[in-house]
Design a binder for this molecule. Sequence first.
Ligand SMILES: Cc1cc2nc3c(=O)[nH]c(=O)nc-3n(C[C@H](O)[C@H](O)[C@H](O)COP(=O)(O)O)c2cc1C
Length: 201
Amino acid sequence: MFYRYEDGHGLPHDPLKAIVAPRPIGWISSRSGNGRINLAPYSFFNMISTKPCLIMFSSEGRKDSVSFIEETGEFATNLVSANLSVAMNKSSVDAPRGVSEFDYAGLRAADCNLISAPRVAEAYASFECVVTDIQHPKDRNGNPVQAIMVTGEVIGVHINEAILTDGLVDMTKAQPVSRLGYMDFASVSETFQMFRPKWEG
Ligand SMILES: Cc1cc2nc3c(=O)[nH]c(=O)nc-3n(C[C@H](O)[C@H](O)[C@H](O)COP(=O)(O)O)c2cc1C
């Protein structure tokens, strides 16, 4: 099938988020200017550079995570393992601003080392990030869309050493949860290796 996006898909649900999947989940924790803490999952999330290490997430509208981060310029990104799926999903609740999703989801907020935002103590890894950009993407006519894209530089990294095998991050131990389309999620149960080719022509 083919459809012009603006004409609609004719399917029971929009297939696009199900096609651009699996998406990693950035579990974003932040602190407001007056010290309230916040936690929410974002699957419009990725790492976009290694030197420096930059990560981004995109919020469809100015949600609490964005407004807290605008106030302090810092946030932590936590990664979700399968055993934390239910808590991660609970933390997506539309709680009133200032109500901690850490408490609502039964999670422990641990201090970060370099920033004021908290991190999820139970997460297998967390990044301490300083905001580098808050951007307002535009459509093809140059009109701003509702998404707000936050980019941050990773300045500190927490890893639970239980996920390491011979010093390498072992995804079969970490069991990261990713977002698929609809109400679906996936976790990693097997991996395979490939080596990049070298041009010899
Ligand atoms: C797995 C998952 C992924 C999500 N990804 C996004 C996302 O990429 N962008 C977004 O705006 N909302 C996303 N949401 C919804 C937010 O988590 C939800 O609106 C939340 O209440 C926002 O919290 P905040 O206002 O505390 O930032 C996602 C929810 C779930 C469960």
